[in-house]
Design a protein around this ligand. Structure first.
Ligand code: LLP
Length: 418
C-alpha cells in the first residue's frame, strides 16, 4: 500500500496534488510520502513485535537526510556500508548503538570512524577485514563488537545482480571459515564476536529462501556450539512493482518467527526497499513524442542518470500519467519511455502500453523510493534531481535540484592549461 492515489483526474501524494509540486519545483524530481515510509516501518515492527527486533533501515536504499530522520525519530536503527553513510547517520542523530556496518571493503579510516562513533556491530565479510579491525581497535584501545556475515549458500529467485547469499558471491564467509574464526577468537583480543549476520539478496518475494538460510545458520551454531547474542537476518523483502505477489510483513514473520524465537537470540533486520521502495516516485515531464517506422518513443526529462534500475536490471516500474483527463476514449499505445541520455540503454520502460501523452504532460514512475536517487549520477553532466517529501499535507524540498555550478564543484584547471 502507498499514498500515491488519484483524486478525480489527478495523482496525489497524500493530500497534495503532484502537479502543484511540479509547478513549484520543476521536473524531474523524486517525491516521497512520509506516511507511506512510516507505515511500512510500522508494519514490520508490529509483525515482529514479539521478538522486539532492532530494525536497521538500509541507508543505501534511500539516504536522504529527511528520510533517515523520519525513521530514526520513529526508533529505527540504520544499516550502513560506508564512511559517508556513517556521516549521514550521525547527521540525523541516529543512536550509534543502533548502527550496524556491512560491506566487503571497509577502509581503515572508515573502520576507525565507526569505532570512535561506538556503533553496535561491524558485519565482517572476510578474515583480513577482521584482522584489520582488530589492529584498529588495538590502536584506539577500544573493545569492538562484531558479527560474522555468513554466506549460507541459498539461491533466492531474484535478479542475479542482487543475489548475495549463494556460493560464488563476494559477500560473507563460508561456514568453515566462520567456524575457524570462532575457534581462534583469542587471536582477536580486542574484538567481541557477538553475532552472526546474513543477507541473501534483494527483492525476494517468498519467505522460503529466508527460512532455509536461517535454518542453516541456526543448525550450524547449534552443532558447533557457537555462542552469540545477535542474529542479523538482513534485508531483502520484495515489494510490488507491478504484478508481484510478495509476502506481507505479517506472513513473512509468521514463517520465520518460530525459528527466531526458539533461538533466543536478539534479532536484527535490515530492510531497505520494503520501507522506502513504494514510498517514492520519480516525476518526469514529457519533452517529445517521436515515431519511427518501427517504434513510438515518449522522450521524457528523467533518464538513467536519475533512475538506473530499468537500464541496469531491466527492472519494471509502473509509469502513470499525473493528470488523466485527456485519456477518455483514447487508446493506449505501445511506447518506449526514454530519457535524454546518449545511450541506447537509457529507458524507463520498453514496449509499455501508455495512454497517449503530449508535450508537457507529467508522468510518475512508481516504486522509485529505493535505489532511485541513491543510484543517480551526473552522467551527461546532468544535475541530479530535487527530492521532495510530503508531510502532513505540506510538501518540503528535502534536497535541492543540483545546479550547473554543483556539477563542476571541486574541479580545477591546472595553471599550465590557462
Ligand atoms: N543489508 C545488506 C547487507 C545489503 O547489502 C542490502 C542491500 C540490504 C540490507 C537491503 O536490502 P533490501 O531490503 O533493500 O533489499 N540496487 C539494487 C539493490 C541492491 C541491494 C544491495 N544490498 C536494486 O535497485 O534493486
Amino acid at each position: 500500500m502507498h499514498e500515491f492515489k488519484y483524486r478525480g483526474n489527478e495523482l496525489y501524494c497524500e493530500d497534495v496534488g503532484i502537479s502543484t509540486i511540479a509547478a513549484s519545483v520543476g521536473t524531474p524530481f523524486y517525491l516521497y510520502s512520509y506516511k507511506t515510509l512510516l507505515d511500512h516501518y510500522d508494519k514490520l515492527r508490529d509483525a515482529f513485535s514479539s521478538v522486539r527486533p532492532l530494525i536497521c533501515f538500509s541507508v543505501k536504499s534511500n539516504s536522504n537526510l529527511a528520510v533517515l530522520r523520519a525513521l530514526v525519530k520513529s526508533g529505527a536503527g540504520l544499516d550502513i556500508v560506508s564512511g559517508g553513510e556513517l556521516y549521514r547517520a550521525r547527521h540525523v542523530g541516529a543512536d550509534p548503538k543502533k548502527i550496524v556496518y556491512a560491506g566487503v571493503g571497509k577502509r581503515r579510516d572508515e573502520i576507525a570512524d565507526a569505532i570512535r562513533a561506538g556503533i553496535l556491530l561491524f558485519n565482517i565479510e572476510s578474515k583480513e577485514e577482521l584482522e584489520e579491525i582488530q589492529r584498529v581497535a588495538a590502536s584506539l584501545r577500544k573493545r569492538v563488537n562484531v558479527a560474522l556475515r555468513i554466506n549460507p549458500d541459498v539461491v533466492p529467485h531474484t535478479h542475479a545482480y542482487v543475489a548475495t547469499g549463494k556460493g560464488g558471491s563476494k559477500f560473507g564467509l563460508d561456514f568453515e571459515t566462520v567456524y575457524g574464526i570462532f575457534a581462534s577468537r583469542k587471536r582477536y583480543p580486542d574484538l567481541n564476536i557477538r553475532g552472526v549476520h546474513i543477507h541473501i539478496g534483494s527483492q525476494i518475494l517468498d519467505a522460503a529462501p529466508f527460512e532455509k538460510a536461517i535454518k542453516k545458520v541456526l543448525a550450524f551454531i547449534k552443532s558447533r556450539r557457537i555462542s552469540v547474542d545477535y542474529f542479523n537476518i538482513g534485508g531483502g523483502l520484495g515489494i510490488i512493482y507491478s504484478m508481484e505477489h510478495p509476502q506481507t510483513a505479517r506472513s513473512f514473520a509468521g514463517r520465520i518467527l518460530p525459528l527466531l524465537k526458539r533461538s533466543g537470540l536478539k534479532i536484527i533486520l535490515e530492510p531497505g526497499r520494503f520501507i522506502s521502495g513504494n514510498s517514492g516516485v520519480l516525476v518526469t515531464k514529457v519533452l517529445y513524442n517521436k515515431t519511427t517506422p518501427r517504434k513510438r518513443f515518449v522522450i521524457v526529462d528523467g533518464g538513467m542518470s536519475d533512475l538506473i534500475r530499468p537500464s541496469l536490471y531491466e527492472a519494471h516500474h509502473n509509469i502513470v500519467p499525473v493528470i488523466t483527463d485527456r485519456e477518455a476514449g483514447r487508446h493506449p499505445q505501445k511506447v518506449d519511455v526514454v530519457g535524454p541520455i546518449c545511450e541506447s540503454g537509457d529507458f524507463l520502460a520498453r514496449d509499455r502500453l501508455l495512454p497517449p501523452v503530449e508535450r508537457g504532460d507529467l508522468l510518475a514512475v512508481m516504486g522509485a523510493g529505493a535505489y532511485g536517487f541513491t543510484m543517480s549520477s551526473n552522467y551527461n553532466s546532468r544535475p541530479r534531481p530535487a527530492e521532495v517529501m510530503v508531510i502532513k499535507g505540506k510538501f518540503y524540498v528535502v534536497r535541492e535540484r543540483e545546479s550547473y555550478s554543483d556539477l563542476v564543484r571541486g574541479e580545477k584547471i591546472p595553471k599550465e592549461l590557462r
